[in-house]
Design a protein around this ligand. Sequence first.
Ligand code: F6P
Length: 545
Amino acid sequence: MTTSTSSGPAFLATPRCDTTQAWRDLQSYFETQGRHFDVRQALQAEPQRFAQMAIEAPHVRADFSRNLLDASTLQLLNALAQQCQLQASIDALFSGLPLNTTEGRAAWHVLLRCPPGFAPEHPAMAQALMNVQASQDAFLSYAEQVRLDESITDVVNIGIGGSDLGPAVVVQALEAYRTAGKRIHFVSNMDGDDLGLTLRGLDPARTLFLVASKSFGTAETMVNAQVARAWLLAAHGYVLPEAQQQGVQPLPDDVPDALRALLSRRFVAMTSNAQAANAFGITTIFPFADWVGGRFSLWSSIGLSIAIAIGTQHFRALLTGAHAMDQHFRTTPVARNLPVQLALLDIWYRNFHGFPTRCIAPYSHGLRRLPAYLQQLEMESNGKGCDWNGDPITLATAPVIWGEAGTNCQHAFFQLIHQGPQVIPVEFIVLREHGLGTAAQHRALQANAVAQARALTFGKHDGPAYKHCPGNRPSTMLVLDRLDPASVGALIALYEHRTFVAGRLWGINSFDQWGVELGKSLAKEILAAHQPDEAAAQDVMRWLR
Ligand code: F6P
């Protein structure tokens, strides 16, 4: 995919939400009616509300009935999607148009989830799909080798952002599917304690490192990979000099062949920059296309740690679940399209009600890191103030995403959500079936999620004032049948598409992250100016100037 600029022929400039008639209609409806909506009354007055406001998508069912929405609002939001020509954006995503205009790339992660035998509509897609499937076969067959190799007990994924969070959240969610005998670790932080504490319990002879980095240049990943490489070589008596420069440190020429061979057995890279990985001393490289965005990359070879943890069959089931959600997104009319409806709700809350944050509360221990994953997905994608024409966006864009697993969240911050003066929409995620616990434990867990949702909706108005809960606080309930690979794949794809839709409506390129670059380059400059001034680093006050 090559076409480059926002003015290029393949760029799709659909109307921005705030330029449409539907937007103006929403504004006046909000002023006169919407802001006064009372969900308690609606639930009592509309016995059909639950049935009417439930949406079924593959592996995920959503109940919107506790939201601050009436039929007119929904109609206007759906009109907004039509007037923003959302379907054209969805088609563009699936046909690999370069929607990532600032980097001149497509965002074609949906291609990574097409099942074998899938017949693409576009000839370009057919070729790209053949390449995708060849590289998928390669990393999956490597994963199977590792799974069979009893000498490897520990696998350490070194990566950050999308090269860490996606695989980490899936491996954790699918812990019940992990093969016994293989521990999977994730190291991301530049703080040496992250890698240091991980290595402390590991045996160099039984550890495999996966260096996950699209660019193979991200500072944190390079530093951690270098320290891990030095650790492995040191175990065999070769002391690598500590890196004094930033970036990829090529393997010194005097490293003996036997150690080079060892390194290439114990280090693997998943990257779009094979050359840099090679210079580092890695020979087993699983490349992926540059149209795979970092936070959409767990489906590519970046997901190797997942494949090692759960095996090819379950990895394919993860893809199948995501593909089912892709098909739902691509073909379902707006009013029943779950990612679209969630994104429209985001617009309603963020831009009309003005709610600045959204809380994610998965009532599932396995999904406890989902909020962290969604922080990157939504905030790195849509936390922007400039549209695809380079014009400022004066509207609020991505809300702050935060959260914690239930029931822990109830004993931490739910107090504020129930009685604090600000309104925070909550997204509950619950599972129909239980995992390792007993049926009774699971019923209690579900009861707690439902209790929180009811408390938010209805509040409490009797007794002394300090016991009052205002109620009329919005929440959405997402229900998965169980925590299995297909459901997890579908859930993540759901959030990806919701993020894309919200971005398109706001006029945002959801696939770049230029704001992150400034801090990265300043850190490089600061480090270069002080290096290797250990004393300055220790004297924090001097360092901070
Ligand atoms: O945080 C910025 C970012 O570029 C993310 O988008 C990306 O997921 C992460 O850094 C890691 O990048 P890489 O895979 O190139 O190391």
